[in-house]
Design a protein. Sequence first.
Length: 311
Amino acid sequence: MLYDLIIIGAGPAGLTAGIYASTRKLKTLIIDATEAGGQLASLYPEKGIDNYPGYVMTDAGHLAGNLVNHAKSMSCELHEREKAIELKDKSGHLLLVTDKTSYETKAVIIATGMGLFTPKRIGAPGELEFEGKGVYYKLPDRETLEGKKVMFVGGGNSALEMALLVCEQAETCLVHRRESYRADEVIVERVQGSNIEQIMSSQVVEIKGTDHVTSVVIKTDGKLEERPIDAIVVNIGTASEPLEMEGWGVDLEEGLIKVDTDMCTSRRGVFACGDVIAYKGKYKQIVVACGEAAIASNSAYKYIKEPYWAK
Ligand code: NAP
């Protein structure tokens, strides 16, 4: 079977590229090494999103689900848990080799995002010992936090948004190592208007407990303070595993794929979009990834069909 287009990665960029390809009736396959939905579904499904146009407020899991359903309803074929490994040339077409089989296609869009993520750790004693027993990197089931003392760590959007999600049902505090936050002003404003206790210019230096976390030691201006805590949720960023790019045969810039304004890579028939690409002014937002995906899909269409209006 010969596909018109194969999209590697089923996050917002890959799914949007698939939706646009379907409006052009391209025979399209989207494959993903894990589950469809990308960072939205895997990293923070409960997180509120208030900057995706058309939704005053939605959550990441809902948006991811909608994107997946939209792509499927447009007849995109979707293969989950299949890892793309290498892109070869085959008689004027491309051959995508995966860990299960290989597929021949006229064009490819790479939309693999930032790769697989691992949460960054604080590095404090007790952190590893109590992981899953009071130390979390994703928000645990909110019901389990009801009435508990919960500490969030970090000053970015993720930490502040997570804290806002539970502050109504748990005694919530937020520890950040600086005097001001990195998060968007609108989110900071919500935190400041909430009942979240904000502990600024402070670092977590030790996590203590028995079979579960019971307290956390923080350091502020050189002074140590031990606070009784039931759960600590760490959101200090993520480290992505180095992206495996060798197999694509495209030019890179600081480890990401170089594209021109048409989302064309250095390799004929191969396009890219989303967090895996680099260009001056790149802004890592869902809506930007979706915009790039529409361009990549249109460029792939022009490459495959050579319509009269694109000559
Ligand atoms: P982030 O923006 O990188 O913030 C990480 C926070 O953790 C920073 O405040 C940082 O402090 C702090 N930190 C880092 N290492 C630390 C350490 N060892 N000890 C204590 N604190 C430490 O990460 P994020 O919040 O996960 O967000 C990641 C990206 O996704 C960002 O681009 C963000 O804008 C985006 N995002 C967007 C939305 C949205 O648009 N609604 C929601 C979530 C995430 P410093 O500030 O001192 O460096």
